[in-house]
Design a protein around this ligand. Sequence first.
Ligand SMILES: Nc1ncnc2c1ncn2[C@@H]1O[C@H](COP(=O)(O)OP(=O)(O)OP(=O)(O)O)[C@@H](O)[C@H]1O
Length: 234
Amino acid sequence: MPELLRIENLSAGYGEAVVLHDISFSLGEGQTLALLGRNGTGKTTLINTLAGATRQHGGTITLGGNALHKLPSHQRAAVGIGWVPQERNIFKSLTVHENLAAVERAGRWNAQRVYEMFPRLAERKGNLGTQLSGGEQQMLAVGRALVVNPTLLLLDEPLEGLAPIIVEELLRAIRRITRDEGLAAIIVEQHPQAILAISDEAVVLDHGTVVHADHAATLRTQPEVLDRLLGVSR
Ligand SMILES: Nc1ncnc2c1ncn2[C@@H]1O[C@H](COP(=O)(O)OP(=O)(O)OP(=O)(O)O)[C@@H](O)[C@H]1O
């Protein structure tokens, strides 16, 4: 599996505060990585650092041969980053279709394919962002990251706060995007089993460092190890 992403000795944070310390791992083309850890361990900070939205203090990030750490946030989509931030950040004053059209770049994903995957969005094409439910906003956030035609999709708690039926729909879509379409992804989730089931690799953070890195399937079959890493008492 050719390498897509390599993170080496990364440290990053906010202003002078360093949250991530000496992070190193890599990911192959088309692979999915579950990024796990207790609250406040630095998962969002790592995703935001890949997207260029934090202050990097040291280390390197290479994506498809490009030195990502040297690029400002707004240039990272052009080299392959598709970012679904925790806050979703859709343009609320634009329609669903305008949200997609505003960022679409040539490639296999376009608005039509997003509508096929999320028929609810097709029905809501002309609705403003303000008129969407939380689940529809999340689908739009995923769709918007896809039409950028990235090589690496960053999903920060895509299932958070959604009704079970919407969680199922999004999980199906994420499985299709990663498994069937082979798009590489890093997924942060509070439901580790659901995400481990569709991931190839798993990285666990604690206090801003990597405390565990293994195949997702291995961690999935070791619930006691997972509970210990996530600080869950049995
Ligand atoms: N904008 C910010 N400015 C300063 N410190 C921050 C900021 N955002 C997060 N932090 C700090 O960085 C640390 C890691 O937070 P982060 O949100 O990355 O963790 P997380 O693992 O994603 O947690 P959660 O599961 O709760 O989202 C925490 O100590 C947090 O207080």
